[in-house]
Each structure stands twice: as structure tokens, then as C-alpha cells.
Design a protein around this ligand. Sequence first.
Ligand code: IPM
Ligand code: MG
Length: 368
Amino acid sequence: MNNPSLLILPGDGIGQEVMAEVRKVIDWLGQKRDLKFDVSEDLVGGAAYDVHGTPLHDDTMARAQSVDAVLLGAVGGPKYDNLDFSVKPERGLLRLRKEMDLFSNLRPAQCFDALADFSSLKKELVSGLDIMIVRELTSGSYFGEPRGIFIEDNKRVGINTQRYTEDEIDRVARSAFEMARRRNNKVCSMEKANVMESGILWRDVVTEVHAADYSDVELSHMYADAGAMQLVRAPKQFDVILTDNLFGDLLSDTAAMLTGSLGMLPSASLGSPMANGRPKALYEPVHGSAPDIAGQNKANPSACVLSFAMALRYSFDQGAEADRLEAAVESILGKGIRTGDLMQSDGGKAVSCTEMGDAIILELNATL
Ligand code: IPM
Ligand code: MG
């Protein structure tokens, strides 16, 4: 049998550096666990624009469609701020999401015990926090038509359209209910059914899917604004939060900040099963390209490493290896080995990105 295939797209800024550390983990799995991958690498975002004049070349798109999973670093940077909208680095990422039809975006917000002091909230509100946001990723106002900047009565008007079909809501709702069954069996769905028709339909369809197939899962609904408020008031009330593309963008950044450590948070974007039964999948850290520290060997590779752990779990049926990797990262934190983003001002010496990667490998070795 062929090895599973993995396309690596480091992208821009710290994407390059953190991905180099993931490579160490991939090599370790090959050598020590006899778990081998066919790894290829390509360009995305500004890095692709610099070479091809587009943030995602058609050949790269085709490769992404043909592999078992894609692992992406980060896209964007100040160098590209003035580019035309159509070729901005982010367009490359959005094209991957849309054309691979990655409708279910899983964004765990987990507060590591060793890091609870880093949250902007009181420690007791966040310690032990473990939320999963399931964000719809291929529709809603990010993609709805009509969109554009038009002229009306000699004045410009900017238009985006919030649009959801019932099938789009149905499939992401199922994904959230399935996720809840693997966790604490609770889903809170968030929309604005008090203001938006798309929100009314969202609530109706989620309720129908629940009644038909998931009545064992506890379901509640919240308006997204109230949800945002509850998320910072009492975040531990949530298990799975199901929401649309735009609200999910906002709520997941809020949830991420609760954990105090953007440098620790992974994500998975999943689509429908391919012929081999694996879901179409792209994994990426929640943090961005961090241009302020790019190229300085200061970045925290943990989020990207943990994104690869999600790939092991959701794409490659290697739950035990995913557990091992996650435990290694957590154990390192417990030992006080930290990159600069996780240092208190009096906290001693930060380790570099490469040192953090090496520490993860040492920790993995210790598990054998
Ligand atoms: C995210 C990011 C993206 C989004 C950008 C980079 C296009 O903010 O993944 O949350 O808005 O979805
Ligand atoms: Mg975002």
C-alpha cells in the first residue's frame, strides 16, 4: 500500500519556520514509529504571489485536491497589503477552502493548565477550558453573491450577501453533532435569528437535524451577540459551538484569546469523504504569519505541530500517535520550556522555535 500523502504549504512569515519543526515530527514518526508519509511541498499566499503572480497556482490547487491532507502554515504580511484584492495572500487560502469544499472548520480552544495565567480572564474562569468551535467555512457572507463594489446614483456601494442553503446548514450541523458525541455531548448553535432570515433558517434546520438524528445530544441556541458575551462571561458552559462563517471567524478569535495562547491553537477544515474514505482536509494553526517576529527563530511551533496532530487523528486514523504528540507538547509546557510568546516578563529565558521543536522530539523519544 502507498504511504498516505501530505502536501505542505508553509506560506508566509513564521509559516516557514514552524513548518520546519513539524517536519522533524514527521521524520520522527517515519523513523521511530514506522509511520511514513509521502510529503510534498508547494507555495501559497504571498510566497506564491512572488513567484507566480497569484496566491495559489492552479497546479498547487490540483495537488491539494489529490493528496490525503494539506498542512498550511500561514498567509499574509505587510509586503502584500497594497496588492489588488483578487491576488491578496488570503485569497489563496479562501480558494483552497472553497474548491476543496472544506465546509466544517474545527477550532478547539483549550486552555493548558500551565498557561491559565496568560488568559486575559481570571484563571478560575478558564482553567480546564475545552471548547470546540465548529465554523461553517465555505458559504455565508464570505462567498455569497451578489458581491462587489458597485456604483448606484453616482455613489459607491459595497455589497456582500449572507446566503445559506438548507443543505449547507444540514451538513455542518451533522458535523457538530458528531463532534459533540465524541466529547461532552452538548451543542450550542449561534446565529442572529432575531434579525436575519438566514439565521431563522439556520435555527430551523439545526433543530430538524437534531430531532431527526441526534436527539441524544443536548442542543441549545443563542443569538451570536449574546453568545460572544457568554463566551467571555462564563466560557466553560460550552462544549461544541456551531456557527456560520462570519460569526465563527469572530467567535473563534474570541475563544482563542481566552486560552491566552494563540501560539498553541490548531485547526482542521474538513470536507466530504474522498474515494478512500478519508475526508478532504486542510490543517492549519490559528495564528497568522506574525510578520513582526518572522525570520527570527522566535515563533512558537506548537500550534502547527498540534495541527499535524489533528491530521493524524482525523485524516490518518492515528489517534494514539495524535495523543502522544499532544501529550508531549503539554508535558513540555509543564516543564516550563517556553517560546517568547508564553513568557511572563520575569520568566527567564525563552527557547527558540528550533529549540522548541527539538524539545518536542526529545519528549517523544521519552515515550518510547
Ligand atoms: C481565519 C482568518 C481568515 C478568515 C482570513 C485569513 C481569510 O481570519 O482563518 O480565521 O477570515 O477566515
Ligand atoms: Mg479569523
